[in-house]
Design a protein around this ligand. Structure first.
Ligand code: ZN
Length: 108
């Protein structure tokens, strides 16, 4: 295990900022609210991935396409933490649906 899980105490409608460069990587003021900076490895929800770098995907045992093809049987968080990426942070935040979360991965 080489990740650190940080649970954000924010609402589903709040922006999420990069801890390195302060960019709003989830920015609800933008039509395209996914605004990854160079420090973002992935942006995922329990129900699927919204963004992932090729570099991070290569460290996962299964491809994103494969996971999405089986998204009714796959636990996305469990798949993310199977990554062999050396050191990363996961920001976990409420998705606004009971029991569902968003996960934003950053370089450490
Ligand atoms: Zn950044």
């Amino acid at each position: 295990m080489s990740y650190q899980l940080i649970e954000l105490d924010i609402q589903a409608t709040d922006n999420i900022q990069c801890l390195h460069c302060q960019q709003h990587v989830i920015n609800w003021a933008e039509e395209q609210y996914i605004q990854p900076c160079e420090h973002v490895l992935f942006i995922a929800m329990d129900i699927g991935f919204e963004y992932m770098t090729d570099e991070f995907e290569q460290t996962m045992p299964r491809s994103v396409d494969d996971l999405h093809a089986h998204d009714d049987q796959v636990n996305m968080f469990a798949e993310i933490v199977k990554s062999t990426y050396p050191d990363y942070l996961i920001f976990k935040s409420d998705l606004g649906i009971e029991g569902y979360f968003r996960y934003v991965g950053f370089t450490a």
